[in-house]
Design a protein around this ligand. Sequence first.
Ligand code: SF4
Ligand code: SF4
Length: 446
Amino acid sequence: MNPKTIQRVAEAGVVGAGGAGFPTHVKLQAKVERVLANGASCEPLLMSDPFLMEEEADRILQGLLLVMECTEAPRGTLCLKGKHRKALAVMQEKVGRGAYKDIDLFELGDFYPAGDEQVLVYEVLGRVVPEGGLPLQVGAVVSNVETLLNIARAVDEGRPVTERYLTVGGEVAEPLILKVPLGLSVGEVIGLAGGARIQAFRVVLGGPMMGRVVSDLATPVDKTTSGVLVLAPDHPVVRDKVRDPARLRNLTRLACCQCSRCTDMCPRYLLGHSLNPHKIMRQIGSTAPAARAVQMDALICSECGVCEKYACPMMISPREVNAQIKKELLAAGGKRAPKKEAYQPSAFREERKIPTRRLLDRLQLSRYDGHPRFDTRKIVVNRVEVPLKQHLGAPARPVVKPGDRVKAGELLGEIPEKALGARVHASLSGRVTAVDGRVIIQAGEG
Ligand code: SF4
Ligand code: SF4
């Protein structure tokens, strides 16, 4: 462990950029055998990670070395897809020699969800993370490549996290990869890509599989925003995400034919976990003790969306039902102990991996696929709304008040005492005009 590195990472407010925003300084306190750098970029259309590996290779590898040092891991592995040829070629030139001699590469197949932490660990190490568990339990830590970049910047330059790389795509004039200040509105991001090409549209924040539809164009970009996708309101990706949850649950109960395709294709079931979504669907609404025991399995669902978007012939959503059950169980303090001690991945796992190309076709997104250009222009911003919660855990405690002047990089929110959380910093110099779950900064306010 290197307390100085951990302190700098905490000071800079680094959180997992690829998922739920787990505070990185907490993750770094583990001791493991291997650190996996996650560059899988498995959500269709999202391209900022391959771009970063092309352009910021040394910074990412330095971040990986820092995580290896903290966790005392003798080896680090950069995981990326062979289809990202340019990123692969850049990294191949660097790893395994000089300062990076303890780092190797793992070439992932082009399937979904290759970047799911538990799938990635099995692909690279051949170890199954226990159901409901963490990679740490099988000797690994997984960090997204943008997180590694932020770690290197925090430690070497004392630079806090105030920007986010993201893909803006779909029905925009020019799909782009952008680096934007945290707190910039989704509407402004779309404007930077030349605006929407269609009059009526909806916005998916994140990827088409796991992202969410936002109705308010003022929604700010935060540390976990990997994509802004503009799609027609009747596009299947949007339609599935805006269905009324209660109606969908009822529909699933009525329409499920118990074909078990959702289970056959479920990436967690295929790893040998006890998750059988078709059995949960059979028990919707039942309060019998045996049914409740089956419903508890929803807690080990990753919400990857394979069942909903790819497997189910009835076009219903085990993912949504699981998400609802999970929410209810967690609110009631529900905890689930693993049902197994050893895990045997399915013999059919390889053949049931979903090729990204086929997934894109199924999602009707193939026409938007490509490698968007990185826009290097300097983005001038007049106003940001920086959320005090951009991470897993407690919201940051504001340390500024309306009327204060702040400089870009200055602290806006501190981790509450003894809580899991992350610091939040100003992404713009100006005057604070409001503090209420977010900090609004207006540039140039005298
Ligand atoms: S969303 Fe569906 S496919 Fe994905 S882990 Fe959950 S049950 Fe399995
Ligand atoms: S795939 Fe659809 S219809 Fe088949 S068991 Fe799962 S939820 Fe039911």
